[in-house]
Design a protein around this ligand. Structure first.
Ligand SMILES: [Fe+2]
Length: 291
């Protein structure tokens, strides 16, 4: 019995140590979207999706993350929410350094808030205003706004949701109304539409709102990923939720969910390395999704 208990304890400690190590193993995962809907001007282009950074650095000042971004040579970078934890002004130093550094890459950077920036807005209004001002001057801040590419064929819509929508409530069609209103301001009827929405849970409503692609994060890959079963836990405490990472289809829309770059509260990831996601677009007739 003693041997059994000792083995269980040792196994648990080793798993925890490995889980802590895995938080540092930044990876790159590429998905291809081949569709006849992809406009010529987007074909062959790449979006680097970084989500859920949570104030974490991979190397000093995120040197490893920036090295990877340079190697990827993306055409756009999307920061899909939760750059900070929303705990106060002390986090702004990290956010400002990150934004300054990413701006130096001279690639269009689109930043949409997640629930943790919304927490900052709710509990630390002054700090949130400073973050908004700083980001707006240096990168493309897409909080309930649209950004149409210079060729006019693709439009990005950044949707940021109020905190109550992160708790699984029925959104009562609010998302469609909100994104329709954003799109109406940019004449995007015939554009290829890419939605940036931190929370992937409203997949059906995003799809019904007419988007071709949705870029999401938020669920941290389920923290501890069990093959064939899914992520063990989500921020909403859903157990073995299957849709915590990867590429998914709903109607005519494809959703790419990032496992995230960082962590908060407990530094642990198991079979769930932090990642930069690369989404590569190809104009083709098959409409197939390749992993
Ligand atoms: Fe989040």
């Amino acid at each position: 019995m003693n041997i059994f208990l000792t083995s269980c304890f040792a196994g648990g400690v080793l798993t925890l140590l490995y889980g802590m190590l895995e938080t540092k193993l930044l990876s790159v995962k590429e998905y291809k979207i081949n569709s006849e809907r992809v406009p010529e001007s987007l074909s062959g282009k790449k979006i680097a999706l970084i989500s859920d950074i949570h104030g974490i650095s991979h190397g000093k000042d995120n040197s490893r993350l920036f090295e990877r971004l340079k190697e990827i040579e993306p055409d756009y970078i999307v920061i899909c929410g939760d750059l900070v934890n929303g705990r106060g002004a002390k986090e702004l130093k990290f956010a400002f350094r990150f934004i300054r550094k990413i701006k130096k890459l001279r690639i269009p950077v689109l930043y949409t808030f997640g629930n943790h920036e919304e927490k900052l807005r709710k509990h630390h209004r002054k700090a949130c205003r400073r973050l908004l001002r700083f980001a707006r001057k240096r990168i493309i801040l897409l909080n309930n706004r649209a950004y149409k590419t210079a060729d006019g064929e693709t439009v990005f819509v950044g949707l940021n949701l109020p905190l109550w929508m992160y708790h699984g409530h029925d959104t009562k069609g609010i998302i469609k109304k909100r994104t329709d209103k954003i799109l109406s301001k940019v004449n995007a009827e015939n554009c290829y539409k890419i939605l940036i929405a931190h929370d992937p849970e409203h997949l059906k409503e995003y799809s019904e709102s007419g988007y071709d692609v949705c870029l999401s994060g938020h669920l941290h890959g389920g923290i501890i990923y069990v093959p064939f079963l899914g992520g063990t836990v989500t921020p909403r405490f859903q157990i073995f939720h299957k849709r915590v990472r990867g590429i998914h289809e709903c109607g005519n829309m494809k959703m790419v969910i990032s496992r995230g770059v960082g962590w908060h509260d407990v530094p642990i990831r198991i079979f769930n390395r932090p990642e930069i996601v690369v989404v590569k677009f190809e104009k083709e007739g098959s409409g197939s999704v390749q992993k």
